[in-house]
Ligand binder design. Structure first.
Ligand code: ATP
Ligand code: MG
Length: 574
C-alpha cells in the first residue's frame, strides 16, 4: 500500500487529556481519534493493527475448536431479567439502555452471557452435542464511571468474548485449560510481557478465574506476586501470611477508659503505651447494598491491617459497600466517629471480623461511646461473637502464602480474563440439555474475554521510546516501510518502487511512503508511527545505497539496495 493513499494525520502535540504514554502516542500518531469520552474512531493504520490482533485471536481460538459467531448488540430486557442481572446493571449505571418505538426496553450489550446462553440453549438438546465453545469479536458498550487512557477504558470498545458449554465440571476444566493455553499463545505471539494472576470471581462465585495482565506502570490493577513460588494474584483476591502481632495473653477482666478525642489507631498507640496496633481491633462501619435493601454492617480488623472491600462484598454477598459517613456512624452507634466497637453494639447491626482476630484475647476496641475505649476485650465474652471471614488486604512485603518470601507489587493492564462460571447462568435461565439418563440438567459454563482494542494499546504501553511507538512485528500496521525521501527524483522513485515490489514478493507486509513530505518530516513521522523496519531511499539512491533502520533501539545502518531484502527478513526474524 502507498501511504499517499492512506489517511494519515500525525499531530505535533500530545492531546491535553492524554495521561499515559500509549494514549498520547496513539493520539499524536493520529491512530485514534476521540469523538466523545471513551468513544474513538480507529484510523486506517490502527484498524490494520486491530485486525491483525483479532486475526491472531481467531487463529488460536479456532485451533482449540472454538466457533466464531456474531451475536446481536441490542438485547431485549427480558433476557437480562431472566438471568437476574438487569437490575444490577441498571443500578450500577454501567449499561446503556434504550426504548424502541413501542416502548420496550432494551440495552446495548456490555457482555453476552445471556444472549449466548439463550442461543446455545435453543440449539443444543442433548449431551451428544457437547462440548460447544462459541466466541465473537464485537463492540461492547459500558458506561464506565471514568472512561480514560484512550482505548484502555472505553465506553465503546472491542472485545473477544467466548463461552463454553459442557456437560459436567470435568468438561469445563478441559475447556478452561484450552482457553488458558490459547490465551498464552495469543499474547506470546504479540511479544507481550504478561503474567497470569488469580482473580476475584466476585458475586458470580464459581470455581476459578484468572486474569492476563500486561505489566506496565500505568496499569490500573495492582498485582502481588512471588518469584520463588510463582504465586501471583490481583490485590482484590490476594492473600498473604498473617503478619505477627504480640500475643494477647491470659484472659483478663474488661476495663473501660476515658479517651477524649483519641480516635485513630495511631492516637491510641500513643495514648496507651504498650498497646501496639496488633493488639487492637478497629471497627469500621460500612453501608452495604443488596438488590432490595441497604444495611449498615460493622467490620472488625486487627489494628495493624487493612480491609479489602472486594473480599467484604463477597463475604456479604452484596452488590457494593462504602464507608459510612459521620452521620450514619452516629446514627448507628450513638457515638462519634472513632469510637465504634463490638462492645455495646446494637443487636441489629451485623458484626463481621477478619480471621486475624479469631482466637485473639484481650483486645483494645471501641465501645460505641464518644470519648471511651475498652481494654482487654474478649470476643464472645464482652460482646457478640462476630462471624469470621478473610477480609484482609494483602500488602507488598508480607509473606507469600506459599513460600513465605516477601510479596512484590507490580502494576498490570488486564488484557484477558478467563472464568469458570459453572451453572450460574444456565440454572437461572433454565438452559438445560438431556444428559445420558435422559434428564434435563443445566449446562456447565465458562466465559472468556480479551480486550481486542485494549491489547494493542497495552502493547504500546510496553513498547515505545521518546520518538514514538515501537510496534511488535505481529501487530504492526505494516512490518516495513520503504520511504522515498524526495519523490520528485526519478532515481529515488525507481529504487523505492523496486524495493517495495521486491519486499512484497518476499511476503513482507510492506508499505511505500511516497508522500510529498520533507525528508525530515518523513523520518519523524515514520519513527512516530513505529513500523518495525524502515528503509529510506535518499541521495545515495543514485549509487544504489539506502538507509536502514530497525525501529526497536533505533539501530541505523547503510546498505546496498541488493542487501535490503535479506536485511528486512532478518530484522523481522524470518
Ligand atoms: P476492568 O476490570 O478493566 O473494568 P472487566 O473485568 O470489567 O475489566 P471483563 O468483563 O472481564 O472486564 O472484559 C473482558 C476484557 O475486556 C477485559 O479483560 C479487558 O481487556 C477488556 N475490557 C473491559 N472493559 C473495557 C473497557 N472499558 N475498555 C476497553 N477494554 C475493556
Ligand atoms: Mg475482568
Amino acid at each position: 500500500m502507498r501511504l499517499s493513499q492512506i489517511l494519515i494525520s500525525t499531530l505535533r502535540e500530545d492531546p491535553a487529556d492524554a495521561e499515559i504514554p500509549s494514549h498520547k502516542l496513539l493520539a499524536r500518531a493520529g491512530l485514534v481519534v476521540k469523538i466523545a469520552a471513551g468513544v474513538y474512531t480507529f484510523a486506517p493504520l490502527m484498524w490494520r493493527v486491530v485486525k491483525k490482533f483479532a486475526q491472531i485471536v481467531r487463529e488460536e481460538l479456532d485451533r482449540e475448536g472454538a466457533n466464531e459467531v456474531m451475536l446481536p448488540i441490542i438485547h431485549p430486557k427480558e433476557l437480562w431479567v431472566s438471568s437476574g442481572r438487569w437490575d444490577r446493571y441498571v443500578t450500577d449505571g454501567i449499561m446503556f439502555t434504550l426504548k424502541d418505538r413501542k416502548g420496550s426496553e432494551m440495552c446495548l450489550g456490555p457482555t453476552h452471557e445471556e444472549v449466548m446462553t439463550a442461543y446455545v440453549n435453543a440449539q443444543v438438546n442433548s449431551y451428544k452435542q457437547l462440548p460447544v465453545n462459541c466466541y465473537q469479536i464485537q463492540d461492547k458498550f459500558r458506561d464506565e464511571i471514568r472512561p480514560r487512557f484512550g482505548l484502555m477504558r472505553g465506553r465503546e470498545f472491542i472485545m473477544m468474548d467466548a463461552y463454553s458449554f459442557d456437560a459436567d465440571p470435568k468438561g469445563l476444566d478441559v475447556a478452561y485449560q484450552k482457553m488458558h493455553s490459547a490465551y498464552c499463545r495469543i499474547f506470546d505471539r504479540c511479544g507481550l510481557q504478561y503474567t497470569v494472576v488469580q482473580a476475584d470471581s466476585g458475586a458470580i462465585g464459581g470455581a476459578g478465574s484468572e486474569e492476563f495482565m500486561v505489566i506496565a506502570d500505568s496499569g490500573e490493577d495492582a498485582i502481588l506476586h512471588c518469584k520463588e513460588s510463582g504465586y501471583a494474584a490481583n490485590v482484590e483476591k490476594a492473600t498473604s501470611r498473617l503478619p505477627d502481632a504480640p500475643p494477647g495473653g491470659d484472659v483478663r477482666p474488661l476495663s473501660k477508659h476515658s479517651t477524649p478525642d483519641v480516635r485513630t489507631v495511631a492516637q491510641l498507640e500513643a495514648f496507651f503505651p504498650g498497646w501496639v496496633a496488633g493488639r487492637m481491633a478497629k471497627t469500621l462501619l460500612y453501608k452495604a447494598t443488596w438488590k432490595d435493601k441497604d444495611e449498615v454492617v460493622a467490620v472488625m480488623m486487627r489494628g495493624d491491617l487493612e480491609i479489602n472491600e472486594v473480599k467484604l462484598v463477597n463475604a456479604l454477598d452484596c452488590l457494593a459497600v462504602r464507608l459510612c459517613t459521620d452521620e450514619e456512624i452516629q446514627a448507628t452507634t450513638g457515638a462519634e466517629t472513632g469510637f465504634a466497637g463490638p462492645v455495646g453494639l446494637r443487636e441489629q447491626v451485623r458484626l463481621l471480623a477478619d480471621e486475624s482476630l479469631r482466637g485473639r484475647t484481650n483486645l483494645l476496641t471501641g465501645c460505641n461511646q464518644s470519648g471511651y475505649h475498652c481494654l482487654d476485650v474478649n470476643l464472645g465474652r464482652d460482646c457478640r461473637m462476630p462471624s469470621f471471614h478473610d477480609l484482609r488486604l494483602a500488602r507488598a512485603g508480607e509473606g507469600c502464602p506459599i513460600s513465605g518470601k516477601p510479596l512484590q507489587l507490580a502494576r498490570g493492564i488486564e488484557v484477558g480474563h478467563i472464568f469458570k462460571l459453572g451453572i450460574k447462568y444456565s440454572k437461572a435461565m433454565g438452559a438445560t440439555f438431556m444428559d445420558q439418563g435422559g434428564k434435563p440438567v443445566p449446562f456447565v459454563m465458562g466465559c472468556y474475554g480479551i480486550g481486542v482494542s485494549r491489547t494493542p494499546a497495552a502493547a504500546v504501553e510496553q513498547s515505545f521510546d521518546e520518538k514514538g511507538i515501537v510496534w511488535p512485528v505481529a501487530i504492526a500496521p505494516f512490518e516495513c516501510v520503504v520511504a522515498m525521501l524526495d519523490p520528485k527524483r526519478p532515481e529515488q522513485q525507481a529504487l523505492a518502487e523496486k524495493l517495495y515490489a521486491e519486499l512484497q514478493a518476499a511476503g513482507v507486509d510492506v508499505c511505500l511512503d511516497d508522500r510529498a513530505l520533507s525528508p525530515g518530516a518523513k523520518f519523524k513521522d515514520n519513527e512516530l508511527l513505529g513500523f518495525p523496519v524502515q528503509v529510506f531511499v535518499g541521495r545515495k539512491a543514485a549509487e544504489g545505497g539506502v538507509e536502514f533502520l530497525v525501529r526497536k533501539g533505533m539501530v541505523k545502518s547503510e546498505c546496498a539496495a541488493g542487501e535490503v531484502k535479506a536485511k528486512v527478513l532478518a530484522a523481522l526474524g524470518r
